[in-house]
Design a protein around this ligand. Structure first.
Ligand SMILES: [Fe+2]
Ligand SMILES: [Fe+2]
Length: 177
């Protein structure tokens, strides 16, 4: 049984993951309007990552016999000054999500819920990569600056990103049939 406090905190996190998906969809749309199709692809892959993060939490609540309370998803920022601003906003958003996951770990520790603590370790590790992905691209876009050809090269590189679904979505991958 999950404590009501943990159940509420996980439901809040599901909303944050779905908002992340929404935010990156908005960023993909911004890039589409600029004909930067490689960055559109990169952001679309990112939305799939976020969708997976949300559904992994949802499956966990189901495994624990808890209800999911889906809340309204806020409208994300739609316009940005430059590709650099997009990746900076993405990087800052990932730092916010990392802090939120850390807070969840704190709650699970206070509630002495070992299963949630163990489950959250996947997200703690995942957030290292999430921040690094945005940070790397932010720095490359910064270096490209006002250079059109350099930005086009980054766009071509971003077009190669593919979504690789993790092996299982349950709380305990590999368990059961
Ligand atoms: Fe996420
Ligand atoms: Fe993320």
């Amino acid at each position: 049984m999950l404590s009501p406090k943990l159940q509420e905190a996980i439901n809040d996190q599901i909303n944050k993951e779905l908002f992340s998906e929404y935010l990156y969809l908005a960023m993909a749309d911004f890039f589409a309007a600029q004909n930067l199709d490689g960055f559109v692809n990169w952001m679309m892959v990112q939305t799939q990552e976020e969708h997976f993060h949300a559904t992994k939490f949802i499956n966990f609540l189901h495994d624990k016999g808890a209800r999911v309370a889906l809340k309204a998803i806020a409208a994300p920022q739609a316009d940005f000054k430059s590709p650099e601003e997009v990746f900076r906003a993405g990087f800052e958003h990932e730092q916010f999500v990392t802090a939120s996951i850390s807070n969840l770990v704190d709650i699970a520790e206070k509630e002495k819920d070992r299963s949630v603590q163990t489950f959250l370790q996947w997200y703690v590790t995942e957030q290292i990569e999430e921040e690094a992905n945005f940070d790397k691209l932010l720095n490359k876009v910064k270096m490209a600056g006002a250079s059109g050809p350099a930005l086009m090269m980054l766009d071509t590189e971003a077009a190669k990103r593919v979504y690789t679904p993790p092996p299982a979505t349950g709380a305990n991958p590999g368990a059961g049939a």
